[in-house]
Design a binder for this molecule. Structure first.
Ligand code: DCP
Ligand code: MG
Length: 240
């Protein structure tokens, strides 16, 4: 089981099984337990690909990925996925109630746990405004939810399992800044290692450190001030 949530990429390269060219080349960096790391970089830079290696949706092609100093391949998929809250860039809800969608993967979840994770994900008030509240059906013949509402239900689904590692792939893109900062504040109480892909520079600055990706590589990693000194690309992003 994942205990601390330390993550280390060591000379990681990755090529999709169906592709010829690598999308990640020689990626090395460490995320400390309970640290919050923001990942930024242009579209196609490889941010989502970098993420997908942690829950082992794909295997590393070259190099080693460590969790708590052990190669990721030494964990079973159940151990790994039980410890990781992964919110994909385009979250999927299944046909069923909102309650079941949040509790998915934690069938014994209590009513209180479901409500608490929805509150932390800043979606509780929206749910309470729906016709059948937590029993409202989504998916086919159910209510239509916006992309941002689906994202927050997906975040609640990740939080309810009290993950050691939380991975948000652009999951707050549809939120206004005030709601987003409430959500990020609530997540701090989970004391998990957090990796958050974002296109908002203000969100990146609120993290402990920022990793700037470019063309499948780590261009720079450090605090906002460090990156301002290290990277002219970072400076251009901040100024734009
Ligand atoms: N790619 C691929 N096969 C996939 C997914 C992606 O060949 N199943 C390619 C497309 C890109 C590169 O990998 O050239 C990196 O894609 P990512 O999805 O990792 O890129 P980002 O997440 O950084 O981009 P975005 O900001 O648009 O989400
Ligand atoms: Mg992506």
């Amino acid at each position: 089981e994942v205990i601390d949530g330390k993550i280390e990429y060591e000379h990681v390269a990755f090529t999709y099984p169906t592709a010829d060219e690598p999308v990640l080349t020689d990626v090395s960096f460490t995320v400390n337990p309970r640290e919050k790391l923001a990942i930024i970089g242009a579209t196609g830079a490889g941010k989502t690909s970098l993420f997908q290696l942690i829950p082992r949706l794909y295997n590393v092609t070259k190099g080693v990925l460590y969790i708590d100093q052990k190669p990721i391949t030494s964990y079973t998929l159940d151990q790994l996925r039980g410890s990781i809250g992964y919110v994909p860039q385009s979250p999927l809800l299944f046909t069923g109630s909102i309650r079941d969608n949040i509790a998915w993967g934690k069938e014994n979840a209590t009513r209180e746990e479901i409500i608490q994770s929805a509150k932390d994900a800043q979606i509780h008030d929206t749910i309470m405004d729906l016709p059948d509240q937590y029993d409202t059906r989504v998916g086919q013949k159910g209510v239509n939810l916006s992309g941002g509402q689906k994202q927050r239900i997906s975040i609640a689904r990740a939080l309810i399992r009290r993950p050691k590692i939380l991975m948000l792939d652009d999951s707050t893109s549809a939120l206004d800044l005030a709601t987003e900062s409430e959500l990020l504040r609530a997540i701090q109480h989970y004391h998990c290692t957090t990796m958050i892909i974002t296109s908002k520079i203000s969100t990146a600055i609120s993290a402990d450190r920022i990793l700037l990706m470019n063309d499948g590589k780590v261009l720079a990693i450090g605090t906002h001030e460090e990156l301002l000194n290290q990277s002219s690309l970072y400076m251009r992003i901040v100024e734009s």
